[in-house]
Write a protein that binds this ligand. Structure first.
Ligand code: AMP
Length: 218
């Protein structure tokens, strides 16, 4: 059982690393951003509440986010463990998560932080586009679909740029997240759980470093 947190600013490569971890370790990928986007698309009460925050690149309030995470972590499909991607983003959320995991008796195995400079993050986010059907992520320079216009993962043909990847919103999003990033790493460093990996490297090199950490967990 591997219970993992992936930390990293938007664009650091959490989604790409998660796909590879899921392939090899069969962990359940839990992305709060994906969950909010899905809730928004389905116009659920949580989605409608989150929309105003997400559109501006601000954080959705902790009580909404923590409840969503606790409900997801309580589902029975988490067999081999989980990857939390995009949660926690603040030390307040990290403390809430500690309580949630205590209640569910799911101790954390490891916390991996992917790091990249702001310049690289901005370049990646502005080149990123997504499959409208399954949310798979592409990059117009470094990760195009194998067949032009067709999603590698689900075969759909419609793509879009996330509203919050547009330049007007990216700057605020990075600022909001950067402020919280260092204290969050300290929080897990103090617990002896943190490994920092250079997220500017290519996806294969990043995954090799992640794999080296995970393969030591039994
Ligand atoms: P992401 O896909 O992780 O970049 O998340 C997209 C947006 O969803 C963020 O800009 C926030 O508005 C919201 N969101 C995702 N995760 C969290 C979180 N842990 N706390 C608060 N808001 C979140």
């Amino acid at each position: 059982m591997i219970n993992l947190i992936l930390l990293g600013l938007p664009g650091a490569g959490k989604g790409t690393a998660s796909e590879r971890i899921v392939d090899k370790y069969h962990l359940t990928h839990i992305s709060t951003g994906d969950m909010f986007r899905e809730a928004m698309a389905n116009k659920t009460p949580v989605g409608l509440e989150a929309k105003g925050f997400m559109d501006k690149g601000n954080l959705v309030p902790d009580e909404v986010t923590a409840k969503l995470v606790e409900e997801r972590l309580s589902q029975p499909d988490i067999v081999a463990g989980f990857i939390l991607d995009g949660f926690p983003r603040t030390t307040a959320q990290a403390e809430l998560l500690t309580d949630i995991l205590d209640r569910l008796n799911k101790p954390l195995s490891s916390v991996i932080a992917l790091e990249a400079t702001e310049k690289v993050l901005i370049n990646r986010l502005s080149a990123r586009f997504m499959c409208k059907q399954c949310g798979a992520t592409y990059n117009k320079f470094t990760k195009k679909p194998r067949v032009e216009g067709t999603c590698d993962r689900c075969g759909a043909h419609t793509f879009y740029q996330r509203e919050d990847d547009k330049p007007e919103v990216v700057k605020n999003r990075l600022e909001v997240n950067e402020k919280m990033n260092a204290p969050l790493k300290d929080f897990y460093q103090k617990q002896g759980l943190l490994t920092v990996i250079n997220g500017e490297q290519g996806p294969d090199v990043v995954f090799a470093a992640v794999d080296a950490v995970l393969s030591k967990i039994n």
